[in-house]
Ligand binder design. Structure first.
Ligand code: GLP
Length: 260
């Protein structure tokens, strides 16, 4: 696991965008795993800027969302499919038919989850998965207690997560209790995981998943088993990392040819 500590969310977003740009320039039909929440927004802003100003091209890129609420009507403003469309894919030239998300409105959620797994495999797997982390250590919507081998399935949100996400809705009663999410096993199949976290509110979660024991109690800790993880955090989110000096030293002395 590579941990990179940068001054602010703008630099965090720009560096994650560098990884995506390098991938897309090397593989025009790359498969990108798309995350929602506030953390990835600077990445999407930067990619949209590079698209507008530098001709970064996404026409053949395929995208797969990490997760989705269950029970929101199709097209709901806060459904993750809409958020991803609004915040990223509509701002660049990703073809709408190349953007996929778990179907939280299906009448047969179990079958829809399996179809989503199959669609990811049919696309050749995810080249780069963008991730954030919840204050309780969740990734995607894999709440504490999630199987470390889980696949795409329905989950019940922790109350903490509903409270954290209430800011996107008029009030907490509107936040669904259920979601469908790529499982931890699904996420671990991606070839490169890029997790971004910013702000003091993420400092405990970052410490726990980077340096704590691997445990279903902190779902993000499963990333310690992945061969290629880039964790990009700002100073505030890095504040509780015991190994911060080591991570800074490694990054400062990283061979340039390695890239991200
Ligand atoms: C949400 C999403 C996650 C996200 C996390 C943190 O509930 N399901 O994918 O990483 O919580 O969100 P934020 O970046 O807004 O703090």
């Amino acid at each position: 696991m590579e941990v990179i500590i940068l001054p602010s969310s703008k630099e965090v977003g720009a560096l994650a965008a560098d990884a995506i740009e390098a991938l897309v320039r090397n593989k025009s039909n790359a498969v990108i795993g798309l995350a929602t929440g506030s953390s990835p927004l600077p990445i999407y802003d930067e990619l949209a800027r590079r698209h507008d100003e530098e001709g970064l091209n996404f026409t053949q890129v395929r995208g797969f969302a990490l997760d989705e609420y269950v029970g929101l009507p199709v097209g709901h403003y806060e459904s993750y499919r809409e958020v991803i469309r609004r915040e990223f894919t509509n701002r660049v030239d990703v073809a709408p038919e190349n953007v996929h998300g778990p179907d939280g409105a299906s009448e047969n959620i179990t079958a829809a989850c399996q179809q989503y797994e199959d669609a990811i495999v049919a696309a050749g797997g995810i080249d780069l998965q963008i991730l954030g982390v919840g204050t309780n250590g969740h990734i995607g919507f894999n709440e504490p207690g999630s199987s470390l081998a889980s696949r795409t399935r329905i989950k019940t949100l922790a109350e903490q997560t509903r409270q954290d996400n209430a800011r996107f809705f008029d009030n907490i009663d509107q936040v669904p209790h259920h979601v469908v999410t790529q499982g931890l096993g699904t996420i671990m199949d991606a070839r490169h995981l890029v997790l971004v976290a910013t702000g003091a509110g993420k400092a405990d979660a970052v410490r726990d998943f980077v340096e704590g024991p691997v445990s279903a109690s902190c779902p993000g800790s499963i990333l310690q088993f992945h061969p290629r993880v880039t964790v990009i955090v700002d100073e505030a989110a890095a504040a509780k990392l015991a190994g911060a000096a080591t991570y800074r030293h490694a990054y400062d002395n990283k061979p340039v040819w390695q890239g991200l």
